[in-house]
Design a protein around this ligand. Sequence first.
Ligand SMILES: [Fe+2]
Length: 274
Amino acid sequence: MKSTELRLEGEAPFRILQLSDCHLLERAGQTLMGVDTELSLREVLRHLLSHPLWPPELILLTGDLVQDPFEDSYRRLRHIMDNLAVPWVCLPGNHDSPALMDAILCRHESHCARRILFPPWQLVCLDSHKENSHQGHLSRKELDFLAQSLTAGDGRPALIALHHPPVPVGSAWMDTMRLDNGEEFLALLSDFSQVKAVIFGHVHQTFSTHHQSTPLWSVPSTCFQFKPHSETFALDSLPPGWRWLELHPDGKIETRVERLENPPAGLDFHSEGY
Ligand SMILES: [Fe+2]
């Protein structure tokens, strides 16, 4: 992925809307687990357009933007996001193609910015995509980029985003697909007390824990959800959701997960995997 910086201005607190795991399919109207994933994303956005916190200063998409790497899926996503007229950035998940994201989502734009600066805060977006694997991995280059970004931040508060959870979330099948060098990532964070939180997607459910004093937070998917604490693949009946993060100049974060009122139409509980 390209490595670029994006500078944003805004009134405090700086509001980020995290969306994740949209899993757009090859063609509009197709379904996965019985769900029209694009329609589900559009319903989430339609709801958010009349939300009291709209517009955020930034929308952050934390990976699995598409189910399979088709150019048209990324084109449709770009069209949906650009129509919102809100700055947005994205990072890759296991289902994504970083090369196609560079070519279609990020060409001539800052949508794949890796370091987003909004003083005094910085957001560092990491690429945990591992070729031909659903597991995640942070390469030496990514870890060095993170350390350099935090060092350059000179103690200013930082939020870190990536697709894969760096710790187990308590679902055996999902935990085989977490970040394979999560311990190395968390050990690096231990040297930087300015990191105020780590946020990720991938798990299609709400999960929260701590590494030392640093919170680690997941977000629901914009389409179908996975049942927490399940040994094997299992869908949950919860509605699509998102996370709000309000970053205050003193380093404090206010955050909450919200959901639509109803689960997506067509959800097929007989699905055996994805
Ligand atoms: Fe994923």
